[in-house]
Design a protein around this ligand. Sequence first.
Ligand code: 5AD
Ligand code: SF4
Length: 442
Amino acid sequence: MHTFYIETFGCQMNAHDSEKVTGTLLTEGYSQVETPEQADLILYNTCSIRDKAEQKVFHRLQQFKKDAGKGKVFAVLGCVAQQEGEKIFERAPHVSLVAGSASYAKLPQMLVQLQAGNRRVTGLSFDAEETFETPFTRRDNPHRAYITIIEGCDKACAYCVVPFTRGPERSRTGESVLREAGELGRMGYTDIQLLGQNVNSYRDPSPAGWDFSRLLRAMGEVEGIRRVRFTTSHPRDFVKDIIDAIDDNPVLCNHVHLPVQSGSNAVLARMRRMYTRDDYMRRIDWMKNARRNISITSDIIVGFPGESEADFEATLSLLDTVEYDSVFSFKYSKRPNTSALELEDHIPEEEKSRRLAIVQERQRAIQIRRNAELVGTVEETMIEGFNQATGQWIGRTSQNRTLNFMHAAHPGPTEGETLTGSYLNVRVTRAGPNSLAGEAVN
Ligand code: 5AD
Ligand code: SF4
């Protein structure tokens, strides 16, 4: 068992966990391969946020059932592993390892058990009070890096499986976050994304006791780091000082993802979000009144149990009022263990689909308008690559928008010289619903 293949589903937390798992496996002497066919050990790092995400891993496992006898070892990691636990062995008997994110620090011991021939290895407890940190993280991108600052979630949103799959909140010390950021800066990384299920409730466990905005301000001073983003925020814990920090330091990106979920107070209460529409709008006003032009994005759930037509209209009116720069919208999906299962008046699937389509159409029109406002402006862009098909460089702005552009002096990548990872000013000349297009300045 010396080669491994890993496939990742779900959020950025999972993507970063896979970087840590990969680093750990490489350190243990495994080598990574590009296809499951080549691998002795196949790992799926799974997501269970909605039922559709959860089903993906079972489809994958089904595809490879026939290979189980051919000496391959299958591992299910992440949120589905934590949620379903040993039941996975019954549903997919060719799986040999089931482990949730709180157990990855014990991965080396679990690998030893696998190598000893144990075919029912589990890591499912939340007893590790340490967040999963490893010196071996193998990052996918040489310019942009994730840093976990807080794991788990102590909220109890009625629809959400995350408190069950990622456990209670555990923050890292500010000192260790800054040390990792400093090392990344010295290694040539310039763009850092701070990760947590709820970064706003970050609280340094050391005597320093930093809150999130204090950590953000310190992150803005790390040598070599030009951009710092963070995700995800929770409106209840989102304080004005975060906006003041962004206003004070251009290294902190002018983008905030602040999921609202619904525009109706009745639905927000049933969701147990612990804020009202007015509370939420106060936070939006802080951002709109900031000195910097802060891009605001959100998540919306349609068809939560009991969502009336009037509740749904309230969500649409919120979209019109806020004018988000981007929105991820979802149909409510029943999740195991969550309190929303006990609510009455579940909405039919077709009605959820109808509402979702309306939200997406409404938001698309808003984005066309919002993006058009940027035509003529000059945006600092980090180059992420080159699109051969269109002959354009792909860039990202501080607001987290994709900006594709032509570059007269560098029409394309040349041997031995790469622009990827560098920063360039680009004038916006055109706007679509999901991206901008432009030309490099001088
Ligand atoms: N059904 C639909 N969407 C959900 N989300 C979380 N749980 C559910 C669920 N049960 C959405 C929320 C959250 C995003 C990450 O996923 O909008 O912000
Ligand atoms: Fe999916 Fe949530 Fe787990 Fe991320 S934390 S992988 S979104 S279930």
